[in-house]
Design a protein around this ligand. Structure first.
Ligand SMILES: [Zn+2]
Length: 295
């Protein structure tokens, strides 16, 4: 089964991860622009980060047979830093024009401050202006209130619900999101938030309509194979193949396909690997023999 991990921060992961993901059936990934673990002090640091998401990281994924797309935004946490936030918002329009940028995100609430609300609203407007979907992060603290408030911001903006994915859901928030008409993402983590058995129960109860799963893997304790592991857990629990396929492939393709930029080849096939290719003169190899897939 082909799989699409629509929320994973590959910049923080290794080439071993790319290999394991490709072997497990992952054909495409989306890397949302986000928080890097410590506050950034310069707008220029964001610019270089954004350039790497549309440049080097996209190349690196392809070298292992995975299509890489990204979403661009000022993340919710750094919306609270007045030294960088306005400058990042000014940078965004250039990046929202790029071919591999398939949504505005991740935006939303972290601490649910007035500054977060302001930039959340502004960035939904950017999504409307650029005719892009949005990826909304829901907070770890006070999640239910944060989700309700996010749905209210979405409603007030006038953006079509079909273009909105609200992520990191739990048992408490999934029914709210489904009722709103937005898409409901679930980040499957080791030990916390949401795991495979709980996700199986949610799908048994609510079905596959508007439901997605992702790994949200990054530099913290996380697992880049959570999408294939969850797909297997759903199949083992007797959930129909067609429902599993809807969750791990068709739904993310539908959501982000609305950007008009989700190039998955003729039929969602893997990109052809040719490790003799270079990116601005640089290779992923360190003297190893390049892999070149047969035509
Ligand atoms: Zn994330």
């Amino acid at each position: 089964m082909k799989m699409f991990d629509h929320h994973i921060h590959m910049t923080s992961r290794t080439t071993d991860d790319y290999r394991a993901m490709a072997n497990a059936g992952i054909v495409a990934v989306i890397e949302p622009a986000f928080w890097v673990g410590q506050p950034r002090r310069h707008v220029g640091t964001f610019e270089d980060y954004f350039l790497s998401l549309v440049g080097w990281e996209r190349f690196r994924a392809r070298q292992f047979g995975i299509r890489h797309f990204c979403t661009m935004a000022l993340n919710p946490k750094e919306a609270n830093n007045p030294d960088v936030a306005p400058g990042v918002i000014e940078l965004l329009p250039i990046f929202l024009e790029k071919d591999s940028v398939v949504a505005v995100g991740e935006i939303g609430f972290d601490d649910q401050t007035p500054a977060e609300t302001k930039y959340f609203e502004q960035q939904i407007q950017l999504a409307i202006d650029f005719e892009l979907p949005v990826l909304i992060h829901t907070p770890h603290r006070d999640k239910k209130a944060g989700t309700t408030r996010s749905i209210a911001v979405v409603s007030a903006s006038g953006i079509a619900r079909e273009r909105v994915l609200i992520d990191h859901n739990t048992e408490e928030t999934l029914p709210l999101v489904l009722e709103s008409g937005c898409w409901a993402g679930h980040s499957i983590y080791p030990d916390t938030k949401m795991d495979e058995p709980r996700m199986v129960e949610l799908v048994k109860h609510y079905g596959s309509w508007h439901v997605t799963v992702n790994s949200a893997a990054d530099w913290g304790v996380s697992d880049p194979l959570k999408v294939p592991k969850t797909a297997q857990a759903m199949l083992d629990a007797g959930i129909a193949n067609s429902d599993v396929e809807t969750i791990v492939w068709k739904n993310p393709v539908t959501i982000f396909g609305q950007s008009g930029r989700l190039d998955l080849g003729e039929a969602g096939e893997r990109p052809r690997v040719d490790q003799t290719e270079l990116w601005e003169g640089n290779s992923v190899l360190r003297g190893q023999k390049p892999v070149i897939a047969a035509e």
